[in-house]
Design a protein around this ligand. Structure first.
Ligand code: NAD
Length: 485
């Protein structure tokens, strides 16, 4: 079992609470994976003070010098890729292949923002008078708070931390307690890469103490959060009175539309990968398939065949396609949604049962579920499940499909499967989502492109990822310079 401490002011420290907690492997809870300090508000406060102290020196360094530390971090992570991926699977449950992909993503993000350091700059604007210079510079905000979820426990901390740091901010991050280990491993790597003391601080602990301190402390200039709407909305309200900058990235109810002209084998393969991959625990997972009624039964049959072929098990075992839910609570929630859907009149076409005997005896396993005859007003068609559950909704045509797709209060990712270029283009224009894909899975993002949702999926004032991620972490100053005198 790994033993971790908080990372504050460049040191590894226990919590002032003197309490610790342990995480077990969700595929086999007999295995304890790691022990963590149960951080509290005082630890968060110490971390904020350490970050405040480190700010003037760090922000005075050139972006290129900061970027070099990020590039070196990528190298350190690369040298530990196999070990990190295995640890991630043990703690969060996703398959080893999925963990390897996620660790590689974190490495690439650090490399990308290391490179971006050479391009950080402002704009030169023509002045209306001669011999005058008018330009903008981008400056860091100060201490930035980051609060992250458990489902991508290394990629999400990396995609917030790297732009925050290269822009010259100092950081306090609170990872989710279900899987905080990879964030602490990131801290180890960045420490070894030469990050000055106090520039990055990691405090593990409960949302309502550590997270609440980050949201309420006036020394925290901005807060970037990824997680549920309930928590994101609460934090946003805490930031408003002191007008601190906030970026809340939250859940989705992502549709994949399947039109009658689609290659149904392709459509079923894409929906299964986007809905059951990562055990459905992706914010961009397909949870609704909206299919034209003429092909609905044929599509469902193909999707069920895909679901049946999925090998559920311990993510470390070769041949496993889908790992467990991260926790008992998450598993119970998934099963409950399947149950409620049936009570509301949906048909369980396949799966949705807990897997309990044999190799599944000590983990949080379930079969992937396909529900059809789902109506848009049912809870299964409106609420995020965050598990391997796909609701199939039959509609009469493209217009109805679009209206059903847009008929929820969230809008993160969306996909369409069709050979009809005109309808595909109309969909990209009219779907209310931050990301839209044609003939591709709704999950999976390019790290160099902006990402974020609309409606209740995001505060949508800033994007994450890609070069535009820098905007949240910097403020623009306009400089007027008269050299005619
Ligand atoms: P969550 O909201 O329960 O927790 C997220 C983080 O907030 C955790 O670190 C948690 O400890 C902390 N927290 C909880 N209560 C808090 C409080 N009162 N004050 C401050 N912090 C608090 O979410 P989760 O279960 O970890 O993650 C799943 C959710 O995240 C899903 O809704 C999913 O769609 C969403 N998600 C969104 C994206 C995206 O980019 N839009 C990406 C991944 C996950």
């Amino acid at each position: 079992m790994k033993i971790f401490q908080n990372y504050i002011g460049g040191e590894w420290r226990p919590s002032q609470s003197d309490k610790t907690f342990q995480n077990a492997n969700p595929a086999d809870t007999r295995e304890k994976v790691a022990e963590y300090p149960m951080g509290n508000g005082e630890d968060a406060n110490d971390a904020i003070r350490a970050a405040q102290k480190a700010f003037s020196e760090w922000s005075a360094m050139t972006p290129v010098a900061r970027g070099r530390i990020l590039s070196r971090t990528a190298q350190v992570l690369e040298s530990r890729k196999a070990e990190l991926a295995e640890f991630l699977t043990r703690e969060e449950g996703k398959t080893l292949a999925e963990s390897q992909g996620e660790v590689q993503r974190a490495i690439d993000i650090f490399r990308f923002f290391g490179g971006i350091s050479y391009t950080l700059g402002g704009q030169t604007i023509p002045h209306d008078l001669p011999n005058n210079l008018l330009y903008t510079v981008r400056q860091p905000l100060g201490v930035v708070g980051l609060i992250t979820p458990w489902n991508f426990p290394i990629a999400i901390p990396a995609w917030k931390m790297a732009p925050a740091l290269v822009a010259g901010n100092t950081v306090v991050i609170k990872p989710a307690s279900q899987a905080p280990g990879p964030t602490l491993e990131l801290a180890k790597a960045i420490h070894e890469a030469g990050l000055p003391k106090g520039v990055l601080n990691v405090v593990v602990g409960e949302g309502r103490s550590v997270g609440a301190e980050l949201a309420a402390n006036p020394a925290v200039a901005a807060l970037s959060f990824t997680g549920s709407f309930q928590v994101g909305q609460q934090i946003y309200q805490q930031l408003a009175p002191r007008m601190a900058r906030g970026q809340m990235e939250m859940g989705g109810k992502n549709p994949t539309i399947v039109l009658a002209d689609a290659d149904l084998d392709l459509a079923a393969a894409l929906a299964a990968k986007a809905g059951f991959g990562l055990t459905g625990q992706a914010c961009t997972a397909t949870s609704r398939v909206i299919v034209e009624q003429d092909v609905a039964d044929a599509f469902t049959e193909k999707l069920v065949a895909r679901a049946k072929a999925i090998k559920v098990g311990n993510g470390l075992k070769t041949g496993t396609d889908m790992g467990p839910a991260v926790s008992r609570q998450q598993l119970d929630g998934n099963l409950q949604h399947v149950d409620i859907a049936q009570k509301e009149g949906a048909r369980l076409a396949y799966g949705g049962q807990r897997l309990a005997g044999g190799e599944w005896a000590n983990g949080f396993f379930m079969q992937p579920a396909v529900l059809d005859r789902v109506r848009p007003d049912m809870r299964i068609a409106r609420e995020e499940v965050f598990g391997p559950v796909i609701a199939v909704i039959a509609v009469k045509d493209f217009d109805e499909a679009l209206s059903v797709a847009n008929g929820v209060d969230v809008g993160l990712s969306a996909s369409i499967v069709t050979r009809d270029l005109k309808k595909a283009m109309l969909y990209t224009q009219r779907i209310e989502a931050g990301v839209v894909k044609v003939n591709q899975i709704s999950t999976g993002l390019a790290l160099q492109a902006p990402f974020g949702g609309v409606k209740k999926s995001s505060t949508d004032s800033f994007k994450e990822q890609g070069a535009s991620a820098i905007e949240f972490y910097t403020k623009v100053k306009t400089v007027y310079l008269d050299y005619s005198v």
